[in-house]
Design a protein around this ligand. Structure first.
Ligand code: DC
Length: 228
């Protein structure tokens, strides 16, 4: 299959909309590859800290975005994220790293450095790509584009429950504030802001279970004959 013929399904949306979980479940169900593009921005933020870059060093972060050695482990390997061969799965999942990712993601040079890397994830039989600009910038020709939303309260509650599972210290009010801040930055930045693609199907997951949201995506794909 030539690369242009390999189908891509995009899931974009704000943090806590459930797109990560839904994307992973859909990819698993249909046996496609998965791109967690947010993880790449989180890795740039982490690499910046490890290299002791100044918080406003745009060029330094862009260089790291281009040069960092990243590997996403397979499902069998436990879906680990490796940076320069080290397991950083837990380190990139903190809310602090989410905020750092959101900051470096506003810089065009960092986004440009990650563009080709993201497109290289396209592999037969297909790719499910999860992020903020998958349908608008990275894969504008995707065969199916989904924009997943949920109310701000519900998204804060989900993030709270996720972080609580990993240990104490999460505060719902602090998280609500941080998520609102991150959404505002992601939506208002000049380059590749978080907006639905004109041809995206919108799914509001506020009152949906994960399974129901997955089912909707599967059904939309079926209608386009992407899978059985
Ligand atoms: O999806 P996430 O929470 O892991 O993403 C972390 C940050 O990275 C998010 O706040 C904005 C940025 N991001 C982006 O700008 N573009 C993407 N395609 C994915 C993430």
């Amino acid at each position: 299959m030539s690369e242009a013929a390999i189908p891509v399904v995009t899931l974009d949306g704000p943090s806590g909309s459930g797109k990560g979980t839904v994307s992973r479940a859909v990819a698993r169900r249909v046996g496609w590859h998965l791109l967690d593009s947010g993880a790449l921005y989180r890795l740039v933020a982490l690499a910046g800290i490890e290299h002791k870059l100044a918080a406003d060093d745009v060029d330094g972060h862009a260089r790291l975005a281009a040069a960092m050695r990243v590997r996403f482990g397979t499902e069998r390997e436990g879906e680990r994220v490796l940076l320069e061969g080290r397991d950083v799965t837990a380190a990139i999942r903190t809310e602090t790293m989410g905020q750092g990712a959101s900051r470096v993601a506003a810089w065009p040079a960092v986004r440009a450095a990650l563009l080709g890397r993201q497109r290289a994830f396209v592999e037969a039989p297909g790719l499910v790509a999860d992020g903020r600009d998958m349908g608008t910038v990275v894969f504008p020709h995707a065969v199916l584009k989904i924009f997943l939303t949920a109310s701000a309260e519900e998204r804060a509650r989900r993030r709270y429950n996720q972080l609580k599972e990993k240990g104490p210290g999460a505060s719902l009010s602090a998280l609500s504030r941080e998520i609102a801040e991150r959404d505002a930055r992601d939506s208002s930045r000049a380059v590749a802001p978080l907006v639905p693609a004109a041809d995206a199907a919108r799914i509001d997951s506020t009152d949906l279970t994960i399974e129901a949201a997955v089912e909707r995506v599967i059904e939309l794909g079926r209608r386009r004959s992407l899978w059985a």
